[in-house]
Design a protein around this ligand. Structure first.
Ligand SMILES: [Mg+2]
Length: 123
């Protein structure tokens, strides 16, 4: 059975890119939210195996969405990986502090991205 991934990403070109990459991998089924609020709504009835969380989003940023998920007992076990163009140590630390299990910098390199997904989903 395909592993379910929820991508939370406000930027359309980035969404299209991730959809394109994951389309080549039938072992994963990608679901997409365009905002943090939409992601939280989806999670009321959907339990993905992994969440890919853009950090920079308007209204509710990825750190706030991650904190909300991690403070909800039914959702707190879902691994969340941060996606960001920033790769300063302090950015990574903020994501880990918010509850992310890992950090992927954009633009992604496809091979490394797929390896990372595999690692975070099985962990
Ligand atoms: Mg963004």
């Amino acid at each position: 059975m395909a592993k379910l991934i929820l991508l939370v990403e406000d930027n359309m070109s980035n969404r299209d890119l991730f959809i394109e990459i994951l389309r080549m991998h039938p072992e994963y089924e990608l679901h997409v939210a365009e905002s943090g609020l939409q992601a939280l709504e989806m999670l009321e009835s959907f339990r993905p195996d992994l969440i890919l969380m853009d950090i920079h989003m308007p209204e509710m940023d990825g750190l706030a969405v991650t904190r909300a998920i991690k403070s909800t007992p039914e959702l707190s076990g879902i691994p969340i990986v941060a996606l960001s163009a920033l790769a300063m140590k302090s950015d990574i630390k903020s994501a880990i502090d918010a509850g992310c299990v890992g950090y992927i910098t954009k633009p992604v390199r496809i091979k490394k991205f797929m390896d990372d997904i595999k690692t975070y989903i099985t962990n």
